[in-house]
Design a protein around this ligand. Structure first.
Ligand code: XMP
Length: 514
């Protein structure tokens, strides 16, 4: 990977991914690792610094997560955040106690020592706290660096051993100078040079893929045309050329011209070895009469694996399967503490892994966040049209057609979706919106066209703003644009006589309707 590494030991904080992103903002590579990592294994890597994350437990609680105490004797700088600071206190002989007044949210921070960690930080600033315990007595050798109203030791340090702790969360945006604090830690205290760039990532990953795959073996990849599988395809293609075989499955549930544009970009432009399979009849046949959304998803997943396996089999002699897994999926699938965030969201993977194929996995993006994948794509000259694409669910239009999925209904929805998306593009709204699409409802409404009464379909259009799809708000598209979109849809798409705009946020609604 990179030559420098910061380890983030995961004690179950909901902000762990945020810490990783904040470290990477300074071009420093970092990894989130479970608490049972040993000091001996850390010694073998080029670890420049360790961050102990926050977490929901109390350090004296039964089964509270802990870490190898030797970590503090490696000579590597350590920064404990919240629970991490309290654990450091306990393991090094200090004392932690329950606070009388919990601190949640913004808290005024007073810095009492502006050396190293708090370099360039004003004496008074706002920090973000979320804790019920606090440090009562510091371990030997430590000095207080900051205090807040309810926490007399809000930050501390043993400058000689380069051990630091903060009770607040520098990784969240509400901590005014959090970015500088993290920079001071990774750049000044850990002395990282910041050699983690997308250019170095591309170079290292290509040589790594060559080493793993060897000079003869073949790799298959399910290419959906989305950002993740597209960037994975380009990277592997750069490494092994036509020994990467991309399989694009047209399941009949795609948007207008989708198959054509994938062929245009990957086959013609990038000269990638691409097999396009038109399995639309097969999928639609399997979906006949099915109304339940979860059943639809299962059928589509199962059918995808079947078609994909058959095609991969035809390629022959394949040893590797590539997937566009990203870091958040990886972290969630191996979270140390179980709970809801530990279950991998299988529905977010296109089809999942065909187990019976016994292929070795290649996941070149598994340490990257989405924005980093886009940067890698830019590095590889991927067109903005692909990189800026809204997410599109694996089950495609099937979860946007409420009720039974038929070719005729897919055709209507494709046309409606096309009118909506092209209007967003021509009004410069597409890139400001996180996801936009149309939904075909299972009801008909009365209308009048010319002198005739109509009785046709109703469609909903939905556009949301969001950062990660976990929460979302409905997009405030100007009324004139909505009006024009509605007119175009009703005038140009046969079978639709009414358009409604979805104004629900997530939660309590979801982004998709099914
Ligand atoms: P929801 O509807 O859960 O959607 O708010 C959040 C994000 O996930 C996408 N989504 C899916 N993606 N398979 C996928 O690959 C699915 O079954 C699926 N369901 C929802 C949705 O489009 C949104 O981006």
């Amino acid at each position: 990977m990179a030559t420098e590494d910061i380890l983030i030991i995961d004690f179950g904080s909901q902000y762990n991914q945020l810490i990783a992103r904040k470290v990477r903002e300074h071009d420093v590579f970092c990894e989130i690792v479970p608490p049972d990592i040993s000091a001996a294994s850390i010694r073998k890597k080029n670890v420049k610094g360790i961050i102990l994350s926050g977490g929901p437990a109390s350090v004296y609680a039964k089964n509270a997560p802990s870490c190898d105490k030797e970590i503090f004797s490696l000579g590597i700088p350590v920064l404990g955040i919240c629970y991490g600071m309290q654990l450091m206190t306990k393991l090094l002989g200090g004392k932690v106690e329950r606070t009388r007044f919990r601190e949640y949210g913004r808290a005024a921070l007073t810095v009492t020592n502006r050396r190293m960690l708090f370099k360039h930080i004003p004496k008074k600033s706002v920090s973000w706290m979320s804790h019920g315990d606090k440090v009562k007595r510091m371990p030997q050798g430590f000095t207080r660096l900051a205090l807040s109203k309810n926490t007399s030791i809000a930050a501390f340090a043993d400058f000689r051993r380069r051990l630091y702790g903060v009770q607040f969360h520098p990784e969240v945006v509400h901590t005014e100078h959090g970015k500088t604090i993290i920079k001071n830690f990774v750049k000044d205290i850990c002395r990282c040079s910041g050699d983690w760039s997308m250019r170095s990532f591309v170079k290292d990953t290509i040589s790594e893929i060559r080493k793993v795959v060897g000079k003869k073996e073949k790799v298959v990849l399910g290419l959906s045309g989305g950002v993740d599988s597209s960037v994975t395809a380009l990277l592997i293609n750069k490494a092994i050329g036509h020994r990467l075989v991309c399989i694009f499955v047209d399941n009949g549930l795609l948007r207008k011209n989708e198959a054509g544009s994938v062929k245009e970009i990957f086959q013609k432009h990038f000269k990638i070895n691409l097999k396009c399979v038109d399995a639309s009849k097969y999928f639609l046949n399997e979906l006949r009469g099915v109304q339940d959304p979860e059943k639809k998803r299962k059928i589509i997943g199962r059918t995808f694996i079947k078609v994909f396996e058959e095609e991969a089999h035809k390629v022959g002699g394949v040893k590797f399967l590539a997937q566009g897994t990203l870091y958040p999926d990886l972290i969630e699938s191996r979270s140390a503490f179980g709970g809801p965030s530990a279950t991998i969201k299988t529905h977010h993977n296109v089809g999942g892994l065909p187990k019976e194929m016994k292929l070795k996995l290649i996941e070149p993006l598994k340490y990257l966040f989405k924005d980093e994948v886009r940067r890698v794509g830019r590095e590889l000259k991927m067109p903005q049209e692909v990189l800026g694409r809204h997410p599109f669910p694996g089950p495609g239009l099937a979860v946007r057609i409420i009720g039974e999925v038929t070719k005729a209904r897919c055709d209507i929805l494709r046309e409606v979706d096309d009118r909506f998306i092209s209007a967003l593009r021509s009004n410069n709204l597409y890139d400001k919106i996180w996801q936009a699409f149309a939904v075909l409802l299972p009801i008909k409404s009365v209308g009048v066209m010319g002198d005739e009464r109509t009785y046709e379909n109703v469609v909903a259009i939905r556009a949301v703003t969001s950062l990660d799809g976990m929460t979302a708000d409905w997009a405030k598209i100007p009324h004139e644009v909505l009006g024009k979109v509605s007119n175009r849809i009703i005038n140009e798409v046969n079978g639709v006589n009414r358009v409604v705009y979805d104004i629900s946020s997530k939660p309590p609604s979801t982004i998709e309707w099914e």
